[in-house]
Design a protein around this ligand. Sequence first.
Ligand SMILES: Cc1cc2nc3c(=O)[nH]c(=O)nc-3n(C[C@H](O)[C@H](O)[C@H](O)COP(=O)(O)OP(=O)(O)OC[C@H]3O[C@@H](n4cnc5c(N)ncnc54)[C@H](O)[C@@H]3O)c2cc1C
Length: 349
Amino acid sequence: MNHGDVPPGLYRGRRVIVIGGGNVAFDVARTARRLEGDVTVLCLENEDKSSKDGIPADVEEIEGATQEGIDIVYSRGVAEVVSEEGSFKKLRLVRCTSVFDDDGRFNPRFDPNDVTYLEGDVLLIAIGQGPERTFFQHEGLLNDKGRLDVDPLTLMSNRRKGVFIGGDARRIGFAMEAMSDGLAAAESIDRYITGEDLKAGRGKEFERAAIPNSSSYKAQPPLSWAPVDERLNFEPYEKPFTLEEVVEEARRCLSCGPCLGCKGCVALNLQPEIREIQLSRDRCSGCGICVGLCPYDAIGWDESGEKRVASIDMLKCKRCGVCVAACPSGAISIEDELPQSVEGVCASL
Ligand SMILES: Cc1cc2nc3c(=O)[nH]c(=O)nc-3n(C[C@H](O)[C@H](O)[C@H](O)COP(=O)(O)OP(=O)(O)OC[C@H]3O[C@@H](n4cnc5c(N)ncnc54)[C@H](O)[C@@H]3O)c2cc1C
């Protein structure tokens, strides 16, 4: 589609069946719908997204597709593709009774006696493709559990030196992760060729911290979509923000669009690490200087104990260091040493 090679109205008057329940299947189905097909999505999963066997596609995709007239058939697996004179005719479907086993492994179970048929003219399969595993096996790259055995830091195979594995081949994910893997693998390959240590200086071990609850998190304005009869084409259909909303969004970024500590910047080597701001309740005198100074409105009061002390909302905190520099009691610190940002703040005060 993106290459412009597909004629408009390709599926006009044709029944298109898309097999799959993920975002890709919905991408495909909604594209087929825009090519004027009469589209049905068929998946193993049920419609209760909160259940272990729930459909994996995002709510927005399901909602958008349904609005656009796409039917979804849940909890069915393909037992047979029936063709006539070399052309696809229909699917024989059996009920899928469960998708994942108790260990969370993909292991669909079916009731072979519960059979239905779904007729169509075009069959599009979007069930998640993977690399040819017999090749991996043949090259001795798999571990005992049948997974690719890769060092997560260097992306070199633990089984064969000089083989580097990343992106969707290693773990189905997002474009950003594939790019990050590309950077890491390129660095490793360069070191490997020049005989350097693959790991030296690259350790980014960290423990993921729970995202703190924010008392006053400000959500983005809701997005609105063009009505269905105006959006069955390939133009963007999410209505852009108004000028007022753009200004409001920009302000949100400055004041409460928080650093979530996702460590994306660390993964991409833009930052050596994210340092946590720490506040000692014992040392805090409750003077409130930090509360007034914080440019991100991230510091409030904690009045749950015997004395009133400052409290940092980590969701809003951008670790700028202003509070560290300003605190007269030395109650606020950034882990370990004083980073440059704090030295800069101290110098400017
Ligand atoms: C329909 C769809 C929608 C998606 N939407 C999003 C999205 O909105 N946001 C997002 O972040 N991610 C999205 N993704 C996921 C994202 O595209 C992938 O995570 C990412 O492209 C993976 O990058 P990769 O380099 O690992 O693999 P790929 O992009 O698949 O690249 C692998 C390349 O290797 C080539 N290749 C294969 N075999 C050989 C061989 N033997 N010799 C030489 N070359 C070979 C292939 O031709 C291909 O060019 C989507 C994926 C799909 C399919």
